[in-house]
Design a protein around this ligand. Structure first.
Ligand SMILES: [Zn+2]
Length: 186
């Protein structure tokens, strides 16, 4: 079941790979790394989330209970029809399970958006942790990168022409030329 929700035909492979690791709790977060270090000299500043500097650098915190990550989630979820989905990975995971096999445009978009959001939040976390650089103080910039990446992907796809899908394309500022007549249903 988890396979389909991550690896679907329109998926961006590097995003899917990251979410696959996330689902299986295989990302090298600091809480996990510190368990490998049994010397007892854990550097507690390293355990700190590099995005908000308050929480713990862990799967649950980064995706997306962290105050910074939560603002990213709130900034993108409405555009992907997930306005009711809270910023907890378990809730997001449950939602993805429900739409894993769906080919509806809004569900494919939701999967692309979740994958891209996890990918870019993790990338920003790494950037701050390992280079002390940040993309920007402004969270809006990261939100824009996520939405633009998904939008670019959507321009490579074709959509069955329905009123609902036409609205989705309009919401994403996509050309109506991506719509194709649904004449292969019979
Ligand atoms: Zn945080």
């Amino acid at each position: 079941m988890t396979f389909k929700m991550v690896w679907f035909p329109q998926a961006i492979p590097r995003h899917s790979f990251l979410v696959w690791l996330l689902i299986h709790r295989k990302l090298k977060t600091q809480d996990i790394m510190s368990k490998w270090n049994s010397s007892g000299n854990a550097n507690f500043s390293l355990l700190c989330c590099s995005l908000c500097t308050l929480g713990t650098d862990s799967h649950g915190h980064l995706f997306f209970e962290c105050n910074y990550a939560n603002q990213i989630w709130i900034g993108i979820r409405d555009k992907a029809g997930m306005g009711m989905v809270q910023n907890k990975w378990d809730d997001i995971f449950d939602y993805l399970v429900g739409i894993a096999h769906s080919k509806m445009a809004e569900h494919v978009i939701a999967k692309l958006v979740v994958n891209a959001t996890a990918y870019f939040v993790w990338e920003e976390r790494n950037r701050r942790l390992f280079t002390n650089k940040r993309r920007s103080k402004d969270k809006d910039q990261l939100i824009q990168v996520i939405l633009t990446t998904v939008q670019m992907k959507l321009t490579t796809m074709k959509f069955k022409s329905t009123i609902q899908v036409a609205q989705v394309l309009q919401d994403w500022s996509l050309p109506r030329g991506l719509l194709v007549a649904d004449d292969d249903s019979g």
